[in-house]
Design a binder for this molecule. Structure first.
Ligand code: NAG
Length: 222
């Protein structure tokens, strides 16, 4: 998330503060209504004044807690992805040990066996320093991205690998396995922000095993 600076940041903080205060109030109201209910229980039925008869503390507490739950759910659901869980990929499966050279004991070179993304203008490091080799046959620059609402698929350029669920090392290597979040260039879709700017980068989640299929299928996160 971008950092908000200056006046914008102040406005954001103010809004956030108001939201938090409201949340606290609601929670307090919720507590009060449940404690009041206890007192009400002690009083005999006939003793309740007529103007209180249509009050239903239990109902009210439930409604309040439901709104809180709803709000929490909304917050929690904000970052949901189509594939929340994926099978973890072991290191032995991800890398193949390269046995070359005269040294037999220390085998430190690894070949990545999964699909990868390397940025444009990438050059390999000199062999002495190259620990991970990403074969060109498994490098991808395009992905078939499906828009979940339009139900259309587009062949879009990959901009970067945002997150690999198996760990930050794979993210930085640009390894794309099932469930990986990638950033794609959606400029040809013609999406615009509420402010009227054209959107370029959007995130998508890989839904297939690219190393088996020879292509990358992904779902756009909207
Ligand atoms: C996205 O694609 C458009 C048109 O194909 C191109 O002009 C633009 O530079 C691309 N953006 C990125 C970030 O790659």
């Amino acid at each position: 998330q971008a950092q908000l600076l200056g006046a914008k940041g102040k406005r954001f903080a103010k809004k956030r503060y108001a939201e938090k205060a409201q949340m606290k109030k609601t929670l307090k109201m919720h507590d009060e209504s449940s404690s009041r209910q206890k007192v009400d229980d002690d009083v005999e039925e006939g003793a309740i004044p007529s103007y209180l008869l249509d009050r239903d503390p239990t109902q009210r507490a439930k409604v309040l807690s439901n709104t809180i739950k709803q709000k929490r759910k909304e917050k929690a659901g904000k970052w949901d992805v189509p594939l929340p869980k994926v099978r973890p990929v072991a290191e032995e499966e991800m890398f193949k040990v390269l046995r070359t050279g005269k040294r037999k004991t220390k085998q430190w070179k690894r070949m990545v066996t999964k699909a990868t993304f390397v940025g444009p203008g990438f050059t390999r490091k000199p062999p002495k320093y190259e620990r991970f080799i990403r074969p060109t046959g498994l490098r991808f620059t395009k992905a078939h991205v499906t828009h979940p609402e339009l139900k259309c698929t587009f062949n879009l350029d990959i901009i970067s690998v945002k997150k690999n669920p198996n760990g930050p090392m794979y993210t930085s290597l640009g390894v794309m396995t099932r469930g990986t979040i990638i950033e794609v260039n959606v400029s040809e879709l013609g999406l615009v922000t509420p402010a009227g700017k054209v959107v370029w980068g959007k995130y998508a989640q890989v839904t297939n095993n690219p190393e088996n299929d020879g292509c990358i299928n992904a779902v756009l996160l909207v």
